[in-house]
Design a protein around this ligand. Structure first.
Ligand code: NAD
Ligand code: MG
Length: 396
């Protein structure tokens, strides 16, 4: 390939987006920013455009677009501003683009991420919700279009690194017995159960190890994040839910493990910093410096492991049930969770009600097959409606 790779970053203003830009900026000869997208914090998007001079920026609406276009012109840049989901899909699929970082949070990332997949790009997948919602269709689109799908979630990136290159032949065929997903256990791993009733969004977002966006921080506190990751692992590695075990490992130094039939267990370790999986996927199969400090095992001293407690973390049980049910269940689980987490972050519901809402939505609706993307969006919309009705019924 001649010249630096052209990179589109969907969700550039977020936690993963900023970490990606940090890695990209370390290697100007290898990577160049083609497009940056943002949904809020648009002053930051302007600052990022000034620093990284992309050819395109994408924002949610025309009013914001006009302002950003003027500000860019005043800064002497000829970055073109595009709008909305159409703009996101355009910069994801542009023929000049080599790799797309899919780092929009939630269902909003599905269409743009799929646009990158359908254009046969190298797709760096942080937006796990997109894959959880549309699993079979998403993986089919990857195969049909020759896209290269590289996991950014630290656990899945670890598993990817611990599997042989030909793992697509099937886990059994390459001698894998089990995948072990590690989880920090979040901020409430040891909080007395009776105190969980009163925890605040600020407490839920104060993750002991990782610094992340607010939605995934709440998901980590409830362990819905690990539930979504379990579903994500099943699709990425063609595993059955019962082949994926969750292990609480509070230090978050081991990012996940693969257990082989001969008793070998391979793990990937590193400091908990998303720039490692991002650099790994960007440069794959080569390696580049990520800016992450070397692991200091003497300072860490000790690694601990525990089994997860489903009474404390009912979301993990709900996600496993949705993984086993298949069909529309994961899309409904994800959508109900998005509504419940947004309501919790807004102070409208209590922490323990998050799982209650999701369970009620899933119990209400029979699982149906999802033949196409319309069925995925219909399941998503139905779950949002039911979760919204729960909020209304309870006066929130
Ligand atoms: P974040 O909230 O910090 O950033 C989200 C990004 O998405 C922002 O750029 C925001 O502008 C954009 N966005 C939000 N709503 C949008 C919409 N409706 N349309 C278009 N753009 C929209 O989130 P994050 O922590 O960076 O997480 C991003 C994704 O990566 C999530 O799916 C998350 O699960 C996944 N992930 C994050 C981490 C982490 O360490 N932060 C780790 C693993 C996976
Ligand atoms: Mg993760």
């Amino acid at each position: 390939m001649s010249g630096p790779q052209q990179i589109t970053i969907l969700g550039a203003t977020g936690s993963i987006g900023l970490s990606t830009l940090d890695v990209v900026a370390r290697h100007p000869a290898l990577y160049q920013v083609f497009a940056l997208t943002g949904y809020s914090r648009l002053d930051e998007l302007l600052a990022l455009c000034i620093r990284h001079t992309p050819q395109y920026a994408v924002v949610p609406d025309q009013v914001v677009a006009r302002k950003l276009q003027d500000d860019l012109a005043a800064a002497g840049l000829d970055t073109r501003v595009l709008v909305g989901e159409g703009g996101l899909c355009e910069v994801a699929a542009d023929p000049r683009v080599d790799a797309v970082m899919a780092a929009i949070v939630g269902a909003a990332g599905l269409r743009p991420t799929l646009a990158a997949v359908e254009a046969g790009k190298k797709v760096l997948l942080a937006n796990k919700e997109a894959l959880v919602m549309s699993g079979a269709l998403f993986m089919q689109a990857v195969r049909q279009n020759g896209a290269v799908l590289l996991p950014i979630d630290s656990e899945h990136n670890a598993i990817f690194q611990c599997l042989p290159g030909d793992f697509a032949r099937g886990l059994g065929a390459v001698g894998v017995r089990r995948i072990m997903l590690t989880a920090s256990g979040g901020p409430f791993r040891e909080t007395p159960l009776e105190q969980l009733q009163n925890v605040t969004p600020e407490q839920a977002c104060a993750h002991p190890v990782w610094s992340m966006g607010r939605k995934i921080s709440v998901d980590s506190a409830t362990m819905m994040n690990k539930g979504l990751e379990l579903i994500e692992a099943c699709w990425l590695f063609d595993a059955r839910p019962d082949q994926v075990e969750v292990v609480i490992h509070p230090q978050s130094v081991i990012h996940s493990l693969v257990d082989y039939v001969d008793g070998s267990v391979l793990a990937q370790l590193g400091n908990p910093d998303m720039r490692t999986p991002i650099a790994n996927a960007l440069a794959w199969p080569a390696r580049v410096d990520s800016g992450v400090a070397p692991l200091d095992l003497f300072r860490i001293g000790q690694l601990d492991f525990q089994a997860p407690d489903e009474e404390r973390f009912p979301c993990l049980r709900l996600a496993r049930q949705a993984a086993e049910a298949g069909g529309s269940a994961p899309a409904m689980l994800n959508a109900a969770n998005e509504v419940a987490v947004a309501a919790f972050l807004d102070g409208r519901i209590r922490y323990l009600e998050i799982a209650g809402i999701i369970e009620e939505v899933l119990d209400h609706e029979p699982v149906t097959a999802v033949e196409g993307l319309e069925a995925v969006f219909a399941a998503d919309a139905k779950a949002r409606l039911l979760a919204g009705q729960w909020l209304e019924r309870h006066g929130r």
